[in-house]
Design a protein around this ligand. Structure first.
Ligand code: ADP
Ligand code: ZN
Length: 731
């Protein structure tokens, strides 16, 4: 680290903290001095907080008043490229640096000394008195596999006192051991094993390997239908990165996919990688965070926030299912992990692989424009071929009121039952019914805090608000007219579809896959494995099933409502529907048998439905691109959303109207401001929401103009204001 600035004891340095202050604070370098980037503990008022030495002090005040840094923490200093990344991302997303540092330090106990500590694991001792508390401890240990916990962590997760755990240690059912903190991860061997790639796969793998073994930044779109072997191919790029001695990061859109992926990594490289997502214990998080900085981990698999780990030498970032909307963080710091991966890689000369069967239009356009390389897998691995896709025209099907499976679809499922093949019925709606209505007065049950209808969840016997999570019992009498026994569900959800399917096929084994029905990622993974092994005849699923799971016995996919996503004013409605339908259809016929995908629709002539059926993706993207270009919207123009919310409706509209009136800085760059209007979801958790939308040319300095514009206003404490650059959601 010869080119890193060093500050001698007593020199003034400036420190960035994660406290909500909009500037860095000056301190004197501690005894022994410190490097730029060092993680330090500093006094702030009566408290001690953690920060990073950001550079030379700014000064401009009485230096005798400067306080000294208390100590330098025993973790790798933040690298210059990480500092730069946080800065650039802050400028892009208009986020305060303190909030950026919070993202980059999301691990507990960074300041703790690296000593031995006691950890607790599953033991083998048998015993008789299995109290509920004891069972809960064992359940937690079982659920996390072989993971180790600290005493506090284990007790908290199990909801027991620490003496329960200690009791289990005495019985030998739990093992207590001394473990050095934060050990390096097991070594991955680049050439541990590997499958023999097909010719097409091997060409794709060579292209990615060459990119990784070269110098400098680059992004490649790895496009291939589901089951074409994208994962096998990008693991070759990971292998090359490991050979170079650099670290690799694989981002996955959904925790439920991690377990399957970890197993594949272990088979390919002989050991498990580091894992980073909300289901990982605090102890393991801290270990991974530190090991990233020390180079004690070669591969990290994780959710979007894994992008902010302090990698020592990052060589490759893979964003799997790059089109997935969950890469956009929709609260706190609003960012798209896919786009920020490209930014981060460009700053540290790393390679990016964006993998998808149905890339986002943004990525497709970047590849068309030559900014990204493009590598393609056109056929499915082995004998598997893409399913036939057909529409079921619901206008001519005789489907009873309150029923959603058409006779044509019912017939197709019946055939699969006879040949012992699996069917998947897809509906992208959780719960039993989206609306509960009173048949006496027409009242619809809404949430008390949000402008949203309550969704019936029959398994839980409650109504739930999908905005704020509030639940209430299903009322016997109408809350408005008080007539009893007239409350009725309207419309289908996944639970209600299951009920219908049970009536239609009483002897079939039916499984429901919906994210809200599983307590943990591991429970879900177990269920998915059972289903994949042939443990049911009919799968009924929401969006979740569209993502990357392999169901080898599946040969029929029925989409209950292909029109659902086409409603609404979202500029990406067509793109999203296209992606989702293709992904769902891609679940069928994965091994030897050709699959069939049937889509129930009331508008079979709709361009999006026709594009899905024809399978001519390039034509769909080209048409969609032409439309967006003509409208000047992303990716051919830029957008920013402004969302204001406040418990008081007048306050929030007054501010928004004032902002709209004084939009000079936006007009200076020829940007257009739309609104303010009440947001489509006008109230959430009791706060009234107002939206504005800014539209601008691609090349203008949009963020700078917004900053100048915003600087004119004083935002009252009761108002929350969020700027959403490149918005994905318009609700
Ligand atoms: P994708 O990521 O494109 O959906 P995967 O990489 O998951 O595709 O491949 C689909 C399935 O086919 C996986 O079970 C994978 O192990 C298998 N597979 C793909 N390519 C090969 C190959 N060359 N040899 C053996 N198995 C392969
Ligand atoms: Zn609500």
């Amino acid at each position: 680290m010869s080119d890193v600035l060093f500050f001698h004891e007593g020199t003034l340095v400036t420190v960035l903290t994660a406290q909500p202050i909009d500037r860095t604070l000056d301190y004197k370098a501690p005894e022994g001095g410190c490097f730029a980037g060092a993680f330090v503990e500093v006094p702030l008022g009566p408290r001690k907080v953690i920060g990073v030495v950001w550079g030379a002090g700014i000064g401009g005040f009485d230096l005798s008043k400067a306080r000294a840094i208390l100590r330098v923490l025993d973790v790798a200093p933040m690298r210059g490229e990480m500092q730069q990344f946080l800065h650039r991302m802050a400028d892009y997303t208009l986020t305060p640096m303190s909030a950026m540092l919070r993202l980059a330090t999301r691990a507990p106990g960074l300041g703790d000394a690296p000593s031995m500590r006691k950890v607790y694991r599953m033991g083998s001792g048998e015993f008789d008195r299995k109290t509920d508390a004891r069972k809960r401890v064992l359940a937690v240990l079982g659920e996390y596999g072989g993971a180790a916990f600290t005493l506090g962590e284990l007790a908290e997760l199990a909801g027991v006192t620490s003496s329960v755990v200690k009791g289990l240690v005495k019985l030998g059912a739990v093992v207590e051991e001394n473990s050095p903190r934060d050990l390096p991860f097991a070594h991955l061997q680049a050439d541990f094993s590997g499958v023999e790639l097909t010719k097409e796969q091997s060409m794709a793998a060579t292209a990615l390997r060459d990119a990784v073994s070269g110098e400098g930044y680059g992004t490649t779109l790895l496009k291939g239908v589901t089951g074409s072997g994208k994962t096998e191919v990008y693991l070759e790029a990971v292998a090359e990165c490991l050979r170079k001695g650099q670290q690799a990061l694989v981002l996955l859109p959904e925790i439920a996919l991690t377990a399957e992926f970890l197993t594949r990594v272990e088979a390919r490289f002989g050991a498990k990688p580091g894992e980073w997502h909300s289901g990982v214990t605090m102890t393991e998080r801290r270990r991974l965070w530190k090991m990233c900085g020390e180079g004690g981990v070669q591969l990290v698999v994780g959710a979007r926030s894994a992008l902010f780990l302090p990698y020592r030498d990052l060589g490759l970032i893979v964003v799997d299912e790059e089109h997935d909307t969950s890469y956009k963080q929709e609260d706190g710091v609003l960012y798209n992990a896919r786009d920020m991966s490209v930014l981060r890689a460009s700053l540290c000369s790393a390679q990016v692989v964006l993998a998808s069967a149905t890339p986002s239009l943004e990525t497709w356009a970047n590849a068309e424009a030559g900014k990204y390389k493009r590598v393609e897998l056109t056929s499915r691995f082995g004998a598997a071929v893409l399913p036939d896709m057909q529409a079921i025209d619901m206008r001519v099907q005789k489907t009873l009121k309150g029923r959603w499976v058409s006779p044509a679809l019912q017939y197709a499922v019946q055939q699969r039952l006879e040949t012992k093949e699996q069917s998947l019925l897809f509906i992208n709606r959780r719960g039993y019914a989206p609306t509960t209505i009173c048949r006496a007065c027409g009242h619809q049950v809404g949430c008390d805090h949000c402008d949203a209808r309550m969704v019936e969840h029959r398994f839980q016997k409650r109504l739930m608000c999908h905005q704020c999570g509030e639940t209430k019992p299903i009322p016997e009498a109408c809350p408005k007219c008080e007539v009893e026994g007239k409350m009725a569900p309207v419309g289908p959800g996944v639970e209600r579809l299951a009920e219908e399917v049970t009536t239609l096929f009483p002897d079939a084994k039916i499984a429901i896959l919906s994210s809200d029905l599983f307590g943990s990622a591991r429970a879900l993974k177990q269920r998915i494995d059972e289903i994949a092994a042939g443990g049911c005849d009919i799968i009924i699923g929401t969006q979740m099933v569209a993502k990357g799971h392999n169901f080898p016995h599946l040969t029929l996919v029925g989409v209950i409502d292909a029109d659902l996503g086409l409603q609404g004013s979202d500029l990406r409605a067509a793109e999203r529907t296209f992606q989702l339908m293709r992904q769902v259809a891609g679940r069928a016929g994965r091994v030897e048998k050709k699959g069939l995908a049937l889509m129930q629709t009331y508008q079979p002539e709709h361009p999006v439905i026709r594009a899905i059926l024809s399978g001519d993706e390039e034509e769909f993207w080209a048409a969609e691109a032409r439309e967006r270009e003509a409208a000047g919207v992303p990716p051919y123009g830029r957008m920013a959303g402004v969302i204001l919310s406040c418990p008081d409706v007048a306050t929030v509209f007054d501010l928004a109207n004032d902002m709209a009136r004084r939009d000079g800085p936006l007009r200076d760059i020829d940007a257009q401001l739309f609104g303010p209007v009440a947001a489509p979801i006008a109230r959430v958790r009791g706060r009234h929401r107002v939206r504005m939308l800014i539209k601008a040319d691609k090349a203008v300095p949009l963020q700078k103009a917004i900053t100048t514009w915003m600087a004119q206003f004083k935002v009252p404490n009761s108002v929350r204001l969020a700027i959403d650059i490149d918005p994905q959601s318009f609700l």
